[in-house]
Write a protein that binds this ligand. Structure first.
Ligand SMILES: Nc1ncnc2c1ncn2[C@@H]1O[C@H](COP(=O)(O)OP(=O)(O)OP(=O)(O)O)[C@@H](O)[C@H]1O
Length: 245
């Protein structure tokens, strides 16, 4: 059983001349669920995703727990300990960022196998399956500087799925891809999530695609507090909001 429970997470970003505050009052997901995070540009989607992926620490947090196989991991406590947070991320998380850098001195295949090695879950046959589904089998031995931006992004997707993570987070994973390839990639991400019984959380601007694949929606709404101060809240979409969308 996999379950994510978030209560009252806040993240404050401040520059000398502006401020941004994100609030996540509640975010609940169970293994097998697919959640789309939507909102206008600059509303805080990546900020929220970085927190949920343990890539950034909340400023304030009441509860941030991940249950895997009956064991509860306090991710808020873990996020304050670099070693423990790295261990949990390697074991349980797959995060496809908007631009996920690859190791330039490793081939496509080696970049993906390294993720499995770090997570102690070697499964070379699964990597080949991912390459086939993502259409990158023919560049598996190429180096990152020999492949296109879209091929790099698909390699990053394969790397984030290769170790059978319990929670898969994707920040606009198909931005660099044509619509047909994008659809193949989304289907592969969903396939891998279902295979692992994982929670899938994806930032997308494509509401129709997310609806077609049965995603539930969390939306970020923003409010200007002053000319240079914005607050944002990430919340589950009510039934009425879903019907309007
Ligand atoms: N250091 C900072 N101080 C104040 N505000 C910041 C700081 N860094 C980022 N911001 C603001 O935080 C907000 C959230 O940024 P974020 O990248 O999470 O938005 P997003 O919804 O992912 O945007 P996009 O859809 O364009 O990728 C933005 O309005 C950004 O300008």
């Amino acid at each position: 059983m996999i379950a994510l429970t978030v209560r009252n997470i806040r993240k404050s970003l401040k520059d000398p001349d502006r401020a941004f505050d994100l609030h996540i009052p509640a975010f609940d997901a169970k293994g097998g669920e697919k959640i789309a995070v939507v909102g206008t540009t600059g509303s805080g989607k990546t900020t929220a995703m970085d927190i949920l992926a343990m890539a950034s620490q909340p400023s304030i947090c009441e509860q941030f727990d991940l249950v895997v196989d009956g064991k509860t991991h306090d991710l808020n406590a873990a996020s304050k300990n670099r070693r423990e947070s790295a261990r949990l991320r390697a074991s349980y998380f797959g995060y496809v960022m908007q631009k996920s850098p690859l190791f330039p001195f490793l081939s496509v295949r080696e970049n993906v196998l390294l993720q499995q090695h770090i997570s102690a879950r070697p499964d070379a046959a699964f990597v080949e399956q991912l390459f086939d589904r993502l259409g990158i089998a023919m560049i598996a031995d190429a180096m990152p500087d020999e492949i296109s931006v879209g091929q790099k992004q698909r390699t990053a997707i394969a790397r984030s799925l290769a170790h059978h993570p319990s929670i898969i987070l994707c920040d606009e994973p198909t931005g660099a891809l044509d619509p047909r390839t994008a659809r193949d990639c989304i289907e592969t991400i969903i396939w891998a999530a279902e295979r692992a019984g994982a929670i899938l959380i994806m930032i997308t601007h494509d509401w129709d695609l997310a609806k077609a694949y049965g995603f539930d929606f969390y939306e970020i709404k923003t409010r200007m507090l002053a000319d240079n101060a914005m607050s944002a809240t990430l919340a589950h979409q009510s039934g009425a909001e879903k019907r309007r969308a």
